[in-house]
Design a binder for this molecule. Structure first.
Ligand code: GUN
Ligand code: FE
Length: 406
């Protein structure tokens, strides 16, 4: 595990005692003396924290790989919006979300921040399926009242009312909670954004959206909000930048004014390397941001990203960062420790006592099997690297959430 981004912590051949879903202690000798112990031997395997995917779109699971010859706005208009509109039908939503939630669980993602669609009912079905699976998630009903096709748009006041109902309906779930989800600035009026900011404050809810993903979108925001200093200013003024509770995806093209506001408000950025490459959006300066003290964590951004498995998203973040350094001749490359920290501890902003193995923390874990092409006696860290780069669902031998097998 990576309690800090500075290095991996390896406990070789130790025993971990779990009680009431939490880690009680670590010990060197076998715990055979503890009465009533359910003892499991994972010799030869590695045990790592499960992943958190802090930005993805449930409805877009079905469109992975499609429309990748387009850039963002064309991809949204021609591929994404027509497909998201189908989620107005709850039957369709259930059929589409079942394989999504199944795949999310099989890929070892325990915690996530997920966009549904603007449809309240369909998005509640997504939440229900996640809860049934024992996954922990923040799920958002998307808000869109502007610059969107008639078939995927609500009136501002309806959008706000439906969001309130959605939040109330979500109270029936324990591990799946609501998050305020304006799609991005162009799809929301200033009034709707402010209404959502007020709602986030009133109900003390986290916020997720997109920020400065492409230059074209940023120019569009300037046209739509000419009185504002920029994209980030629009969110800030609406009250949508909440300390440690606002998760803004992409942040590729940030100017000094944006960076100031992000830093000052404690906004968290979510790096989505696959999506940034697929839609030719650009390459985020992850290490530049981290070194400035801005928190950056990881997201798959399925379906802009094609890959749900966060081990592969870690690799993509590393590849993007190395090639950025090579092409610009500036900055430093992201380290494996940093990328793993972002993908496992990144949920710590929303979930406490998780993300690394520590006494008192919940025992959440992935047991990675020794059926990888390991060559048998590789050291644990080599096994981890091999898993990150080549591992597939089938290499996850067991998945624990709060001490229970999921
Ligand atoms: N900006 C607004 N909507 C979206 C979306 O669905 N995906 C991505 N990557 N960016 C967006
Ligand atoms: Fe996204």
């Amino acid at each position: 595990d990576t309690p800090t981004p500075l290095g991996f912590r390896i406990r070789e051949d130790e025993y971990l005692i779990v009680e009431g879903g939490r880690i009680r202690e670590f010990r060197k000798d076998p715990p055979r003396d503890v009465a009533g112990t359910d003892y499991r031997d994972y010799t030869g395997k590695i045990i790592i924290p499960p992943f958190c995917d802090m930005h993805l779109h449930g409805p877009q699971f079905l469109q992975r790989g499609l429309g990748m010859e387009r850039e963002l706005i064309g991809w949204l208009n021609d591929y994404t919006f027509p497909r998201e509109a189908r989620f107005s039908d709850p039957e369709y939503a259930r059929r589409a979300y079942e394989p999504f939630v199944d795949a999310l669980s099989r890929s070892g993602t325990l915690r996530s921040c997920i966009f549904g669609t603007l449809h309240r009912e369909g998005t509640l079905i997504l939440a229900e399926l996640l809860e049934e699976r024992g996954l922990q998630a923040f799920v958002g009903k998307v808000n869109m009242d502007s610059n969107s096709p008639d078939y995927l748009r609500e009136e501002g006041h309806v959008s706000l009312e439906e969001t309130k109902r959605f939040i109330d309906d979500m109270a029936r779930y324990e591990n799946v909670r609501p998050i305020i989800t304006p799609r991005f600035v162009p799809s929301c009026s200033g009034e709707l954004l402010r209404g959502l900011g007020d709602l986030a404050e009133e109900r003390d809810l986290p916020v997720q959206s997109h920020l400065c993903e492409t230059e074209r979108e940023i120019a569009w925001v300037r046209e739509l909000f000419p009185d504002h200093r920029g994209y980030t200013h629009v969110y800030e003024e609406a009250g949508l930048l909440r300390r440690g509770k606002s998760f803004m995806a992409h942040g590729i093209y940030l100017e000094e004014d944006d960076l100031d506001r992000i830093g000052r408000t404690g906004t968290v950025l979510v790096h989505c390397p696959d999506s940034n490459l697929n839609l030719a959006s650009g390459i985020m300066d992850v290490t530049g941001l981290l070194d400035r003290g801005i928190p950056v964590i990881l997201g798959s951004d399925v379906g802009g990203g094609h890959e749900l498995a966060m081990n592969r998203v870690i690799v993509s973040a590393l590849q993007s960062s190395k090639i950025r350094v090579k092409l610009t001749g500036e900055g430093r490359a992201l380290t494996h420790e940093e990328a793993f920290h972002m993908a496992t501890m990144g949920g710590g902003f929303l979930w406490e006592d998780r993300g690394c193995f520590k006494e008192g923390h919940f025992f959440d874990a992935l047991v990675i099997g020794d059926d990888l092409p390991f060559g048998g006696d590789m050291p644990p860290l080599d096994k981890l690297y091999r898993y990150l780069y080549t591992g597939e669902d089938r290499h996850i031998h067991a998945f624990y959430g709060e001490g229970r097998i999921l």
